[in-house]
Design a protein around this ligand. Structure first.
Ligand SMILES: Cc1cc2nc3c(=O)[nH]c(=O)nc-3n(C[C@H](O)[C@H](O)[C@H](O)COP(=O)(O)OP(=O)(O)OC[C@H]3O[C@@H](n4cnc5c(N)ncnc54)[C@H](O)[C@@H]3O)c2cc1C
Length: 449
């Protein structure tokens, strides 16, 4: 397989993609890497939105991952470097709370949100771009980055096939522009989107939706599998089967962004809710930035059970199997409003005066994180909706712990890798993704040597 330079395609530039690339660039000489991401910018689930851009009220809000953990020796060194570079610091919100909003006894209350608040430290990027900036920083860590690697955003990989006669056998087709963006409405799709094809020795997938979902899903890279010919063979089924076997289940989540018209007079910046019907976690955006806007923005994250119930109520696919992009009106009047109402009701019970909400937004995360890896896909908390297994349990997410001794990624001898939190053999979360990325990059290095 070794060609000089080795040509590598990385599908996805979230924490996993950026860390894998950075590690390969740091440790391997002659490589040429193309990274494609279907988002407007890198970050993936380490996702941030800038509200009221260019105004006095501009504020960056993390509406995906809330903070990072580093509980294992595998990531300790990496996070020490990131801290020393000034990319990351400990997030210390004022008066961290665990609020019990149910009548359940404390012994049966669900687990806290990634160990918050009882199991610090919690880390957050120090830069102005919120969590999503970490992927860019990680990529730029290697000085020769722009010579050996190229990042293309708004570019979706739509198919990967194998041409055994090519010196770089993996043929990757991409789609560019607004058709690549995950939530572009079907009606806004251009009729003749720009496509391109390139060839690689190794393809690294970082999103399981790329390999385990058929072409109904926007992240799928299985587009031309059914059109494969003897010249262009599909991704080997044994690779797909190994990835599917590792996935177990998915936990869907909704996040809601709410902005109050004046500061909420509440002395806590972040809360884990125990036993609430819809809320799992809430944090004040200004606790994560040195330049808070005049308004007070909060991010609310729903419980796994609320997430599963909601995608059961409003599915992500039509009956004939077509993807339904998330619709802003549905989000803001549906799940995000329920979560906002729940938060307001909690505040009122604490006798906190609640200012008016002047902005509400949100995001549906169909595969927010892996379902509980310690229970089988047949566990009572797991159910199949339109062929996809979802987990509604509130997992124990801290400290990050080993759940199996297999390698924390799946690979195929012909040069395919599936990497990330869903493949990781550690409990769900960003740390599991990091561990998977580092191990896969080291495995690729061995192949090059
Ligand atoms: C609401 C929410 C809250 C969370 N909170 C926490 C937390 O507090 N702490 C914690 O540790 N973890 C948390 N997590 C989990 C954490 O965000 C993930 O474990 C981590 O971000 C995974 O990173 P990744 O790079 O593996 O995947 P992703 O970030 O999903 O990256 C995959 C990338 O691939 C791209 N992509 C997919 N398909 C294609 C394609 N066909 N072509 C091109 N690009 C493609 C996507 O655009 C995406 O950027 C949270 C997740 C969510 C959703």
């Amino acid at each position: 397989m070794v060609t000089n330079p080795l040509k590598i395609c990385v599908v996805g530039c979230g924490l996993t993609g950026s860390t894998t690339v950075s590690r390969i660039l740091a440790n391997c000489g002659a490589v040429e890497i193309d990274i494609f991401d279907q988002g407007y910018s890198p970050g993936g689930r380490l996702s941030s939105r800038t509200l009221n851009r260019g105004t006095d009220d501009e504020i960056v809000v993390d509406h995906g991952c809330q903070f990072l953990r580093s509980d294992t020796t595998v990531t300790n060194d990496l996070l020490t470097v990131w801290k020393s570079l000034g990319w990351l610091s400990e997030w210390k919100p004022r008066n961290p709370l665990e609020a019990e909003t149910s009548s359940l006894s404390s012994s049966s209350l669900p687990s806290s949100f990634f160990g918050f608040p009882s199991k610090p430290p919690f880390y957050h990027p120090t830069g102005p771009t919120g969590n999503s900036g970490i992927s860019s920083l990680v990529l730029n860590q290697v000085s020769s980055w722009d010579e050996r690697a190229t990042l293309s955003t708004s570019t979706r990989v739509t198919s990967v096939t194998r041409d055994p006669s090519s010196p770089h056998p993996w043929c990757v087709t991409t789609l560019n522009g607004k058709n690549a963006i995950h939530d572009t409405a079907n009606s806004d799709m251009a009729s003749s989107p720009a496509t391109a094809t390139s060839f690689y020795d190794i393809v690294v997938f970082t999103d399981v939706s790329s390999t385990t979902f058929g072409s109904w899903h926007r992240a799928s890279a299985m587009g031309s599998t059914s059109e494969a010919t003897s010249d262009h063979q599909p991704i080997p089924s044994e690779f797909i089967d190994s990835v599917c076997a590792r996935v177990n289940s998915r936990t869907p989540l909704f996040s809601s962004i709410i902005v109050f018209d004046s500061p909420l007079q509440f002395d806590s910046d972040a809360i884990t809710f125990a036993g609430d019907d819809s809320l799992w976690f809430a944090s004040r955006a200004s606790s994560k930035t040195s330049s808070p806007g005049a308004k007070d923005a909060w991010v609310l994250v729903c419980t796994p059970k609320f997430g599963v119930d909601e995608i059961k109520r409003v599915p992500m696919q039509t009956d004939d199997g077509k993807f339904i992009p998330q619709d802003k009106k549905y989000l803001t009047s549906g799940p995000c409003k329920v979560m906002a109402d729940s938060f307001i009701s909690y505040l009122k019970k604490q006798n906190i005066p609640v200012p008016s909400i002047i902005q509400i937004d949100g995001q549906r995360w169909g595969s927010a994180m892996p379902g509980d890896k310690t229970t089988p896909p047949t566990a009572s908390s797991k159910q199949t909706l339109k062929g996809v297994i979802y987990d509604s349990s509130t997992q124990v997410l801290a400290p990050t712990s080993l759940v199996s001794s297999s390698p924390p990624f799946v690979s195929h001898p012909e040069g395919l890798y599936q990497v990330g939190d869903f493949m990781s053999t550690y409990s769900s979360g960003a740390e599991a993704a990091l561990i998977s990325a580092l191990a896969a990059a080291d495995d690729i290095k061995k192949k090059i040597e």
